[in-house]
Design a binder for this molecule. Structure first.
Ligand code: IP8
Length: 254
């Protein structure tokens, strides 16, 4: 089984509220449709999730009644983005079923506590591609949390023993320094002990690049091949899916 995360920066323009990238979504859906075999698609929030989640401080738990409006808005916006991606995949011939994390997952103190991965397996068993996404979820001790698409990736990779996890981003991979030096390519491979000089401080509501990378190392540690590819370059995802060499970064387990 292949797990694919379409990052929020690929499927949306992160700088403009509620702005999707329909041409990119359609092309990625087409690339995904060419690959036979079981796959699960997860997507991030981008400008449909992070902007309002931050505004209403939803990542800090349920602390104020005024957050109710924010919870409903962000859940609604994420479903709107999901609908666009779902429609695009269906148009490309991929039978998909949407499984929102907010409806099935619980967190406890900011960490994933329950998630019924078997539901995804049942859809796969009848040849339907499940699609889920980062969402506002109920938290047993804090009221609410933001579940990242990356949290879902780790859980599904572990429970359903994914062979390959592909993180589709808006960059070529992980670079040794940030911002990348002129003409510098991405690291072809990265391990937990390799130093990367991240300078980007404004992490979004689901954490910094370091946190995302830590989750990727955790997935790689399961024995799953983890690859980061640039979804803005036509054909990269299709090539990665078919096992061809692509520019990108492979994340090594220990
Ligand atoms: O972009 C975040 O998911 P991510 C989802 O995968 C929300 O971290 C609601 C901000």
């Amino acid at each position: 089984m292949i797990l694919i995360k379409l990052g929020g920066s690929v499927v949306t323009d992160k700088s403009k509220p509620m702005t999707s990238r329909p041409e990119v979504i359609d092309r990625l859906a087409m690339e995904l449709s060419k690959i036979p075999g079981p796959k699960i698609i997860i997507h991030g929030g981008g400008s449909f999730g992070h902007i309002k989640a931050k505004q209403y401080a939803l990542h800090t738990g349920f602390t104020d009644e005024s957050q109710r409006e924010g919870i409903c808005q962000v859940q609604n916006d994420m479903r709107a983005l999901n609908r666009l991606i779902e429609e695009s995949l269906r148009k490309a011939g991929v039978p998909v079923a949407s499984i929102p994390a907010g409806a099935i997952a619980t967190f406890d103190n900011g960490a994933l506590a329950s998630f019924p991965s078997d539901v995804f397996q049942h859809y796969l068993d009848i040849g339907i591609t499940p699609i889920s996404f980062g969402d506002v979820v109920m938290d047993r001790s804090r009221g609410i949390s933001i579940c990242s698409g990356d949290d879902i990736m780790l859980k599904l990779a572990a429970d359903l023993k994914a062979e390959i996890c592909i993180f589709v981003t808006a960059v070529d991979g992980i670079f040794p320094t940030y911002p990348p030096a002129e003409g510098q390519g991405p690291l072809p491979e990265i391990g937990r002990d390799d130093a990367v000089a991240f300078t980007v401080k404004d992490a979004d509501v689901t954490g910094s690049m370091q946190r995302k990378l830590k989750l990727m190392f955790d997935i790689a540690n399961l024995g799953t091949k983890v690859q980061i590819v640039n979804g803005l370059v036509p054909g990269r995802l299709a090539d990665a899916l078919s096992g061809k060499f692509v520019i990108g970064t492979v994340v090594r387990g220990d």
